[in-house]
Design a protein around this ligand. Structure first.
Ligand code: FSX
Ligand code: SF4
Length: 300
């Protein structure tokens, strides 16, 4: 099924509240998508689990447009994505070269940048028979990008691949390139968080970032702020003792709107599935402490 710009707009319309879009902005987005000279999007994947792409694809599959491939290739000019594009090898690498020569594209990076061993532990592609490391690809393409969006913890700050002892010296894109990045935090990020900056940039909007490079509008409140298991809410609903703080919930310091947005096509979210928040949108994630505290060690 070929998905049209109208389908993309329909998706944005359905998710307008989550994406922070007004009716006027949806109209402007329609104009932006109709512009054949709209920005090209290049999506690179480095050291990561591909969960960020999977998260995005999961969201799209339940409603129109049906697939993210259709959405991005036919509506936004997604010129390069290792999992979604039909091209591979040299022809795929040439797509990035053409975009580089033109400049002004949106560079989306998923995954961290390993810097040990000359970056040789993660290769982006072969070009004329020569391997190009992910580090080289990111540094080159970042230099001529209009904007850089880091999707997930790994691209933003290194994430799980950079956890100690980090033998391949994985770093986030800003640390590896010195460029300002828009960090879409989460391991993985919610699909609506991933679409949001793309839509904002298509609309020509400026994205205001917090001190960690996360869009303020997406990450302005903690999970704990809106958690239905807070003591006062619990008292109101006549239940008690459901707060997961005793087993290590990181909701009080973690910035995300999971309690209102919900996950898996709005089916549920971690805490309502009885799992404590593990703080996956914080720059310090995963840290060195275990995600769950044994109740035998609980001190509060
Ligand atoms: Fe990292 Fe993406 Fe965590 Fe995985 O690929 S943010 S390991 S869920 O998904 O980069
Ligand atoms: Fe806060 Fe976590 Fe308890 Fe919810 S479960 S009230 S986020 S500490």
């Amino acid at each position: 099924m070929k998905v049209t710009r109208r389908d993309f707009l329909k998706y944005c319309g359905v998710s307008a509240a989550a994406l922070g879009l007004t009716t006027t902005e949806l109209g402007l987005l329609e104009e932006a998508l109709a512009n054949p000279n709209g920005p090209t999007v290049l999506w690179l994947q480095g050291t990561a689990c591909t969960g960020c792409s999977v998260s995005l694809m999961n969201r799209i599959s339940s409603t129109d447009p049906k697939t993210v491939a259709d959405l991005l290739i036919n509506s936004v000019n997604l010129a390069y994505h290792p999992n979604l594009m039909a091209l591979a090898g040299q022809p795929a690498a040439e797509v990035t070269e053409q975009a580089y020569n033109k400049g002004g594209y949106i560079l989306v990076v998923e995954g961290g940048v390993p810097q040990a061993f000359g970056g040789a532990t993660c290769l982006a592609w072969d070009y004329n028979g020569t391997p190009v490391t992910f580090q080289e690809a990111v540094q080159d393409l970042a230099s001529r990008a209009a904007k850089i969006i880091c999707v997930g913890q790994c691209a933003s700050w290194g994430g799980i691949p950079a956890a100690p002892p980090n033998p391949t010296l994985v770093r986030g894109v800003k640390a590896a390139t010195g460029k300002t990045t828009i960090n879409i935090a989460g391991c993985p990020p919610h699909p609506d968080w991933i679409v949001w900056p793309v839509v904002q940039l298509l609309l020509g909007k400026t994205i205001s970032l917090d001190s960690s490079g996360r869009p303020k509008l997406l990450y302005n409140r903690t999970v704990h702020d809106r958690c239905p298991r807070r003591d006062d809410d619990e008292r109101r609903s006549g239940t008690t003792g459901r707060c997961l703080r005793p087993i290590g919930c990181r909701g009080p310091e973690t910035r995300a709107d999971c309690p209102s947005l919900l996950w898996n096509n709005r089916a549920n979210w971690c805490i309502d599935a009885n799992a404590p928040c593990i703080g996956c949108t914080q720059p310090t994630f995963p840290g060195t402490a275990p995600f769950y505290r044994n109740l035998g060690e609980a001190d509060d």
